[in-house]
Ligand binder design. Structure first.
Ligand SMILES: C[S@@+](CC[C@H](N)C(=O)[O-])C[C@H]1O[C@@H](n2cnc3c(N)ncnc32)[C@H](O)[C@@H]1O
Length: 260
């Protein structure tokens, strides 16, 4: 595992337009390398510890058999991996940031990789989870298609993401907290620019309908979207379409069986 990279504080991502494409990937990687050491602390404080409950909900929504292989895409410091392990799944974590992986104490197998090109065989995972990373991907559609490639037919995905409450009063309180208090808190404990970027990054999220369509195009069905904790977070679930692949045996001319 690569050691935590000693990067300088991130440049202010809000000094200009929100980046896209390769510039976004580069900025996101450097930002998470920088904030990795205090990521868990700030996360816990800014969600009042609710993130633990959301993560348990995310894993519970998979409803897969024990020992299923579940990948955690953009696993970060590994909180979802810990929940997966306790539920007796076989988790594998993948993340772009060496800093986040170095801070990962889950004890699970970890791979440094871009979610857009997962180093995994087609249909090799029974399920996938992803926590708070959809808005960080520079190509969300491509990343969901990559999930559709790696998750076997019949497999399940469960994606946790931030959201905006619909109740006007709750939305006002949430905006004050997320857009004013969180950048201050992040600035005190970690990197102010990174935690100014956090609320702005929700602009990358597609509408619920658009996200549903992306998932369907990526090969998923029975897409479910439900708000958590009054809508400050959301849980998106879906099932990979197609029948589970069953190994069949054909008889070769020599009479020897051949696996397909
Ligand atoms: C907000 S953190 C979430 C970490 C963790 N999933 C959690 O629930 O706490 C977002 C994570 O996404 C990772 N990430 C961003 N873009 C990525 C990409 N293209 N491929 C893989 N990981 C990526 C970051 O390095 C970071 O660890």
């Amino acid at each position: 595992m690569t050691a935590v990279s000693q990067t300088a504080p991130t440049r202010d991502p809000l000094a200009e337009e929100l980046p896209t494409g390769a510039a976004k990937t580069q900025m996101v990687r450097s930002m998470f390398d920088t904030i990795a050491p205090r990521y868990d602390l700030v996360n816990r404080l800014m969600t009042f510890g609710l993130d633990r409950w959301w993560r348990r909900r995310t894993v519970a929504a998979l409803r897969l058999a024990r020992s299923s292989v579940v990948i955690d895409v953009a696993c970060g410091t590994g909180d979802l991996l810990g929940v997966l392990g306790r539920q007796e799944y076989r988790p594998i974590g993948l993340d772009l940031s060496a800093g986040m992986l170095a801070a990962n104490r889950s004890g699970c197998p970890l791979v440094q990789a871009d979610a857009l090109a997962l180093p995994l065989a087609t249909g090799s995972a029974d399920g996938a989870v992803c926590g708070f990373a959809l808005r960080n991907f520079s190509d969300l559609e491509g990343t969901l298609c990559e999930l559709g490639r790696v998750v076997r037919p019949g497999g399940r995905i469960s994606l946790l993401e931030v959201a905006t409450p619909t109740n006007p009063l709750f939305r006002l309180g949430h905006r004050l907290w997320f857009q004013r208090a969180v950048p201050l808190l992040g600035g005190l404990l970690s990197d102010r620019n990174a935690y100014r970027y956090l609320p702005k990054s929700t602009a990358y999220l597609p509408s619920p309908d658009a996200l549903r369509q992306l998932l369907v195009r990526a090969g998923f069905s029975t897409v479910g979207q439900r708000p958590l904790s009054g809508g400050v977070s959301q849980l998106i679930t879906a099932t990979r379409t197609g029948l589970p692949v069953v190994a069949t045996r054909t008889v070769a001319p020599s009479g020897r069986g051949k696996e397909r």
